[in-house]
Design a binder for this molecule. Structure first.
Ligand SMILES: C[C@H](Cc1ccc(C(C)(C)C)cc1)[C@H](NN)c1nnnn1Cc1ccc2c(c1)OCO2
Length: 330
C-alpha cells in the first residue's frame, strides 16, 4: 500500500503545515500538523473545554460507531517551546492520504495550552517520531507510521515541504519526480526517539564549506533551523544590521537586508537553503524588522533541522532496520 497527503502552510511564514486526515465512522475530517519530532497523535475533541477551542475542528468519538475508549489510559505532553496538552485515548480508524490504520490510538485533548488554542488552523498533531516517545500511560501506543508500516510497499515516508505552497507527505514509496540528483542516506540514531542524524558541516553563502559533525534531528513540527551558536553568529555577521535580540528571543535584522544562503552537508551531499527561507517573518505583522529562520540551538538543547531546512530538500524517513534518513536537492 501507499498514500499521499498534502502539507499546507498555515500562514505566509510557513510557521507550521497542516495535513487533512479522517477519523472514525462516518469519517470526521481534521487538519493535523505532522510532527517527526514527537510521537503522540492528539486532536482537539468533544472532550476539549469549549473555552480552549478557537475555531479548530474537533473529533467526537461518541459520533463514531468504530470508536472505543482505551479504558484507564491518559496522556500528557509538554513540547520544547512550552506548549502542552493532555487527555484520554480512543481507538478508531484513522486515514491519511488514502492509507488507513484500523486501530489507531487517537489521543483526545481534555486540556490544551494557549499556544494551541491560538493556532486556529491546527486541529492537533500526528507524531511520526519513534513510538518509544509516546506519552500514553500505562501502555504507550504506536504512531500511525508504525501501525501501517508492515502494509506499505516500502517502510518509508517522505517529506516534500515547500515555501509558501502546498507540499506532500508520501507513505510507502519514494517519488522520483519530487527530487533531482541522488538521495544521500545517512544513519539514524533512534535511541532519543527522534530522527537524529549527523550533518557533515556547513557553508555560509558562497563561502568555503566548513567540515564538522553536527548532530541534529529532522523535525517537521519545528518551524526554524536551530544550530550551534558559533555557526549562527558567523552567519549573522554577514547580515547588515543584524542583532541578537533578547526582546524577541533571537537574531533579528532589517527586513530589507540581503541575506546569504546557508548550505548544510549530509555526508558528501550539500543542501542549500535559499536566503528567502532565512528571512522568516516580520517580528510583528507589518514591522520592518524581521526574525531569522536560522537561530541558535543553545536555548533549545538540541540542533533541530526544522521546516526552514526541510523545505529546501526532499527527505526520506526510512523506517527499515536499521532506520536511515535520506536527503536530496529538488
Ligand atoms: C515545538 C514543536 C511542537 C509544536 C508544534 C506546533 C505547535 C503549534 C501548533 C502551537 C504551532 C506547538 C508546538 C516541536 N515538534 N517536534 C517540539 N516539540 N518538542 N520539542 N520540539 C522542538 C523544539 C524545542 C524547543 C523549541 C522549539 C522547538 O522552538 C523553540 O524552542
Amino acid at each position: 500500500a501507499t498514500g499521499s497527503a498534502a502539507a499546507e502552510p498555515i500562514d505566509e511564514s510557513d510557521q507550521a503545515y497542516i495535513t487533512p486526515v479522517t477519523i472514525g465512522t462516518p469519517p470526521q475530517t481534521l487538519e493535523l500538523d505532522v510532527d517527526t519530532g514527537s510521537s503522540d497523535l492528539w486532536v482537539f475533541s468533544s472532550h476539549t473545554p469549549p473555552s480552549q477551542i478557537h475555531g479548530q475542528q474537533i473529533y467526537s468519538p461518541n459520533k463514531s460507531s468504530t470508536a472505543k475508549l482505551l479504558e484507564g489510559h491518559t496522556w500528557s505532553i509538554t513540547y520544547g517551546d512550552g506548549s502542552a496538552s493532555r487527555g484520554n485515548v480512543y481507538i478508531d480508524n484513522f486515514t491519511v492520504g488514502g492509507l488507513t490504520a484500523e486501530k489507531q490510538a487517537v489521543q483526545c485533548a481534555q486540556q490544551v495550552s494557549a499556544s494551541f488554542t491560538r493556532e486556529t488552523h491546527v486541529d492537533g498533531l500526528i507524531g511520526l517520531g519513534f513510538s518509544t516517545l509516546n506519552t500514553v500511560s500505562p501502555k504507550s501506543q504506536l504512531t500511525f507510521f508504525d501501525n501501517v508500516k508492515s502494509g506499505l510497499d516500502s517502510p518509508v515516508f517522505t517529506a516534500d515541504l515547500k515555501h509558501g505552497a502546498a507540499g506532500t507527505y508520501d507513505f510507502g514509496f519514494v517519488d522520483k519526480a519530487k527530487y533531482s540528483g541522488e538521495i544521500t542516506y545517512v544513519p539514524v540514531n533512534p535511541d532519543p526517539g527522534y530522527w537524529a542524524f549527523n550533518s557533515s558541516g556547513y557553508a555560509i553563502g558562497s563561502g568555503k564549506f566548513s567540515a564538522s559533525a553536527i548532530t541534529g534531528i529532522a523535525d517537521t513540527g519545528t518551524s526554524l533551523l536551530y544550530l550551534p551558536t558559533a555557526i549562527v553568529t558567523a552567519y549573522y555577521r554577514q547580515v547588515e544590521g543584524a542583532t541578537n535580540s533578547r526582546t524577541y528571543g533571537g537574531y533579528v535584522f532589517p527586513c530589507s537586508s540581503s541575506l546569504p544562503s546557508f548550505t548544510f552537508g549530509v555526508a558528501d551531499a550539500r543542501i542549500t537553503i535559499p536566503s528567502a527561507y532565512i528571512n522568516y517573518a516580520p517580528i510583528t505583522p507589518g514591522s520592518s524588522t524581521c526574525f531569522g529562520g536560522l537561530q541558535s540551538s543553545s536555548g533549545v538543547g538540541i540542533n533541530i533541522f526544522g521546516d526552514v531546512a526541510l523545505k529546501a530538500a526532499f527527505v526520506v524517513f526510512n523506517g527499515g532496520s536499521p532506520p536511515t534518513i535520506g536527503w536530496a536537492q529538488k
